[in-house]
Design a protein around this ligand. Structure first.
Ligand SMILES: [Zn+2]
Length: 162
């Protein structure tokens, strides 16, 4: 007889089997792979902001940044540095952005964790125009800081949730 956790695992496996980045990691989908780390893989984005725009993904399926175990995160950050330097030295952009979207509201389109490394040029057409908010008072700002600090105190030193 199947337990509730069995059916949950089946659902996760089903979702992973449809994941385009898991398919690239498994070699089941084509990609221009540029670097492989112990827990990370880097390949070119098929819809680049500018040519040479790369993605650095975890080899294992995690849906977003908050799910990454430390060892995977450290390997991804090391890969980001290697890939960024290689893009700078080969593509010679005027600048570059490293960014990561988590959740639909933040613009995440593939729900397998990834960092973007995007070469940038003056006037390249990418416009980020945030509508910046202003805290109503120092007290309101302190309220937000206290909420966040409270969760940092609850979690352990590596940020694992309790
Ligand atoms: Zn995946």
């Amino acid at each position: 007889m199947k337990s509730a956790s069995d059916s949950k695992n089946t659902k996760v496996e089903c979702r992973v089997s449809l994941c385009p980045f898991c398919k690239i990691v498994a070699g089941e989908a084509k990609a221009e792979i540029i670097y492989e780390g112990a827990s990370s893989l880097a390949f070119l984005d098929i819809n680049p902001i500018n040519f040479g725009h790369a993605l650095v993904v975890s080899k294992e399926h995690f849906s977003d940044f908050s799910e990454l175990p430390d060892d995977v995160l450290f390997d991804i950050v090391a890969s980001l540095k290697i890939v960024s330097r290689a893009i700078i030295d080969s593509v010679h952009p005027s600048g570059f952005n490293i960014f990561n979207n988590n959740g639909l509201a933040a613009g995440q389109s593939v729900f397998h964790f990834h960092f973007h490394v995007a070469p940038r040029y003056d006037g390249d057409g990418l416009k980020i125009r945030p509508q910046l908010k202003v805290y109503e008072s120092p007290e309101q700002m302190a309220e937000y800081a206290n909420m966040i600090r409270g969760k940092i105190e609850v979690n352990d030193k590596s940020g694992e949730r309790k």
